[in-house]
Design a protein around this ligand. Structure first.
Ligand code: SF4
Ligand code: SF4
Length: 370
């Protein structure tokens, strides 16, 4: 299967104030073009577009194409499950919304430390095994937003999970909070194929600083900044699908143009991406290098470098929904940014001389006020 997946989470709308008002006519055209060029993977979820994404998938794809012409992925909204019986109820509703008898791929949506514990307790993993055995799901896995260490534990405790969906892009690759590289390496260590989500970081890597854009254009004239981000993810060994949440026809056409006959990044192109990432990093609000020297003595167990990494992301790209998810996962085991008592212990250890307590107030202002 070609490596570009059609994410159905940022579809065109007829009313910009109503996330459920999907413009079906445009979606149909986008889908036709995508399928015409030999792509076949559609990714929806129970919660996308207030529940309308699944219905849109049915109208654009299921009702207009033969079942063997496409693959469809759906996801169990783990945070809506309150008892074991919810799994079957929600899953049945999803099959009906999408108009299919089975999903080719099915995931537990957005697993982190809390949802992992809850899902284990409520029988979520047993449910996944069951639908796989019954043939109502071709392959089962989970999408993940937490640390690599926990991912290692989950894959050790649940080897029946066949693949993992991870947030991977060239800016989050070494990000201390998101841990794209570490999570990717963990999945590969367990021999799991990877689906990439957010390769363009919620669309924010579509526009890079002028200096960085110049480097891209010098290396491959005429290629979009998005093409670099998607090819970065698709070039990783073991990545079998890269999702792109396409919002209009031009985006589909652009994605299709370089993913139709996909060519992995060359070493030289990789260098260009490293330079671009360094330029973007150079504009960081807090110059934290994630050395971790500050963390051990903190009486409130605040994960200082991780919070700064999320804050820097927010400053550069705006607050993307997933950043809040990463923050909430960290607060399950650590103090929040607001818990900082300004004791100053951490600052004695910081080689960058960062005014950590002051900066922590800024972090709290962004993440604890929601
Ligand atoms: S100043 Fe805040 S972040 Fe630093 S050690 Fe004290 S409580 Fe922790
Ligand atoms: S010691 Fe300073 S540079 Fe190192 S992780 Fe802590 S805040 Fe960042």
């Amino acid at each position: 299967m070609k490596k570009l997946g059609f994410g159905l989470m940022r579809l065109p709308l007829t009313d910009s104030g109503d996330n459920g008002s999907i413009d079906q006519k445009i979606v149909d055209k986008m889908v036709d073009y995508y399928l015409e060029y030999g792509f076949a993977y559609f990714d929806t979820a129970y919660v996308y577009h207030a529940g309308m994404s699944e219905i849109s998938a049915r109208k654009a794809v299921v009702e207009r194409y033969r079942r063997d012409k496409f693959s469809i992925t759906d996801k169990m909204p783990t945070w809506l499950v309150t008892s074991a019986s919810d799994y079957e109820k929600i899953f049945t509703e999803q099959l009906a919304r999408c108009g299919v008898e089975y999903f080719d791929y099915y995931l537990l949506h957005n697993i982190g430390i809390k949802r992992y514990t809850d899902t284990r307790q409520s029988g979520g993993f047993e449910f996944m095994r069951k639908i796989r055995e019954e043939g109502r799901a071709g392959h089962v896995g989970f999408s993940y937003h937490d640390k690599a260490e926990l991912l290692d534990r989950i894959l050790t405790e649940h080897p029946e999970m066949e693949y993992v969906q991870l947030q991977i892009n060239y800016m989050d690759w070494e990000n201390e909070a998101i841990q794209s590289r570490k999570c990717y390496e963990t999945a590969r260590k367990h021999g799991k194929p990877v689906i990439v989500m957010e390769p363009v970081k919620g669309g924010s890597l579509a526009g890079v600083p002028q200096e960085a854009d110049k480097l891209f254009r010098m290396s491959r004239p005429g290629m979009s900044a998005v093409s670099w981000a998607i090819r970065f993810a698709a070039s990783l060994e073991g990545v079998f699908m890269v999702l792109s949440g396409m919002s209009d026809f031009e985006q589909v056409a652009d994605n299709v143009s370089y993913m139709c006959d996909f060519v992995p990044l060359s070493d030289k192109e990789r260098e260009t991406i490293n330079k671009v990432a360094a330029i973007i990093d150079g504009n960081m609000a807090i110059p934290c290098t994630s050395c971790g020297y500050c963390f051990d003595g903190c009486p409130r167990r605040i994960p200082i470098p991780q919070y700064f990494a999320l804050y820097n992301n927010q400053k550069q790209f705006g607050l993307l929904p997933n950043q809040m998810a990463y923050y909430m996962n960290l607060t399950q085991e650590h103090g929040t940014a607001s818990d900082c008592c300004e004791c100053g212990q951490c600052e004695e250890h910081c080689p960058q001389h960062i005014d950590i307590a002051e900066q922590m107030k800024e972090v709290a202002g962004v993440f604890d006020s929601r």
